[in-house]
Design a protein around this ligand. Structure first.
Ligand SMILES: [Zn+2]
Length: 494
């Protein structure tokens, strides 16, 4: 059996200024055999695809795998370059192929193309036709609609956010492809899109009501006719026409069943729209910091402050408030500010500095904060990840500095990363349990580690490019009747 594979990923935050260029993708782009070598054994959907296919003696034809990360709108020319490379790669070899497996994110947006993943698959179909199957693994945060189902034979998404099941998703799509090619199954798919946009912070699948929805979806898998049920929570910060939650159900030849399940879950999710778009436990900056300090006094483990709205790594609202309220024993890892790092490097370890930190990326990042403290570490930091989502990956923080500013241990980096595991603390010789408060700018992925490590998670909805309050973002491409953007809460009360 011969399968072509390719990967292209980007989570596009269209609310950010500027554009994502070729460097972001090319930094981590693999071509040809290198795709297989790097994916093999990795915690990724492509890793799951490669491992499953190799275990089953499938011959793989890799084209390329490029991941541009999470950043601003992708330049048309950059996406089109990778599209051309993937499409022409498959064009050359497709007469030999039995099928194509793709690992995509699903929330990319370019200057003029709002659904590049669909555009890519259509491009592949133009050269390979509809006689061979194409299946894809996507992120739980993909923005999709029914058009992608017309171009693919099946699509599967992650079931967990934090995304600790990427490998399983890759295994699943590969297994479905092989069973289909052997004539064992006949996958048919249905989608329901209830018109609901979920801010990322509420897509954590361990938190209610998202938890109830994925649990209900999982129940349906007990029926042997059901091959897969994925709740795609969508990506709220890409202003695109197909934004929002969708449910995709794949059954073995029973389209009616697929439609019924998708409808049930779509209705169920919409019924939970209030819990999926807001929370009673969402704090403003001042009260959230005060509450965290008070809770830390009686806690035996660190309080985790979730500064979730930051999409640039350098919003300053929470940092400013922690300093103002004189919070003690605070760890603030992975604060993005290359200029401040250079300032600390020049000052040198052991010396006092006064440096403007953060607030440089975007008008929504807040004002720079004047930080006064002692430089306690500088260097160019790289390590191999040990956390559940970065296990075995080489992590490059770039030039990094740590300042002890009053009670705040502030780690400044040159590369943007968010705190989703203990590495940014333990790789520097510290123990997370030494701190009373730890701040993360993650959205859901930190929960894989910090739900257990921390005493309590305090969500602070600071201004930023990814706030829970979507009303401040000024969407232009969202169609009518999408809650809570174009269909407002008050209109929904019946
Ligand atoms: Zn995601």
């Amino acid at each position: 059996m011969k399968i072509g594979i390719a990967g292209l990923s980007h989570e596009t935050v269209t609310t950010l200024p500027g554009f994502t260029g070729e460097d972001s993708f090319e930094n981590d782009c693999k071509r040809g055999e290198e795709v297989i070598v790097s994916a093999r054994g990795s915690k990724s959907s492509l890793g799951g695809i490669v491992d499953f296919c190799e275990r089953n003696k499938v011959q793989l034809y890799p084209i390329l795998d490029a991941d541009g990360g999470v950043s601003a709108t992708v330049l048309d020319e950059v996406y089109l370059k990778y599209k051309k490379e993937i499409v022409s790669g498959f064009k050359e070899i497709f007469p030999e192929l039995d099928g194509i497996l793709l690992a995509l994110h699903g929330a990319m947006a370019t200057e003029t193309i709002q659904d590049p993943e669909l555009d890519l698959i259509k491009g592949i179909r133009e050269v390979v036709g509809y006689d061979i199957p194409i299946m894809a693994a996507l992120d739980l945060h993909a923005n999709i609609d029914s058009a992608i189902l017309k171009e693919t034979n099946a699509i599967f998404g992650f079931k967990s956010s934090p995304h600790i099941d990427k490998t399983e998703t890759g295994n699943k799509v590969a297994s479905c492809m092989l069973d289909f090619l052997k004539g064992k199954i006949n996958p048919v798919t249905a989608i329901v899109k209830p018109g609901l946009v979920v801010p990322s912070v509420f897509s954590a699948t361990g938190r209610v009501p998202a938890k109830y929805i994925v649990e209900r979806a999982k129940k349906y898998l007990e029926n042997p006719e059901v091959l897969d049920v994925t709740v795609f929570f969508g990506f709220a910060y890409a202003d695109v026409y197909n934004i929002g939650l969708s449910v995709v159900v794949t059954t073995d030849g029973n389209i009616k069943l697929a439609e019924e399940i998708a409808q049930d879950l779509g209705n169920f999710a919409y019924g939970h729209r209030i819990g999926l778009t807001t929370s009673d436990n969402l704090y403003k900056v001042e009260e959230g910091v005060a509450f965290s300090i008070a809770q830390a006094k009686k806690a035996s483990r660190p309080i985790i402050i979730l500064d979730h709205a930051d999409r640039t790594g350098d919003t300053t609202f929470v940092l400013q408030e922690l300093i103002k309220q004189d919070a003690q024993r605070v760890a603030f890892p992975l604060f993005y500010d290359p200029e401040a790092v250079q300032h600390c490097i020049k000052a040198g370890v052991g010396n006092e500095v006064e440096v403007e930190v953060g607030g440089k990326s975007h008008f929504r990042a807040g004002e720079p904060v004047i930080v006064k403290g002692k430089v306690i570490w500088v260097g160019n930091k790289e390590y191999i990840g040990t956390g559940p989502m970065r296990l075995g990956s080489k992590i490059k923080l770039g030039p990094t500095a740590i300042i002890q500013a009053g009670g705040v241990w502030l780690q400044l980096t040159t590369n943007r990363k968010s705190l989703i595991d203990e590495d940014p603390i333990i790789q520097f010789g510290y123990d997370p349990l030494e701190f009373d408060i730890i701040v993360t700018k993650s959205k859901t992925h930190f929960r894989a580690v910090y739900e257990d490590l921390g005493e309590e998670i305090v969500i602070i909805d600071a201004p930023g490019s990814g706030p829970a309050d979507l009303g401040v973002l000024g969407y232009k491409n969202v169609p009518p009747d999408v809650y809570p953007i174009t269909k407002k809460p008050e209109e929904k009360i019946v």
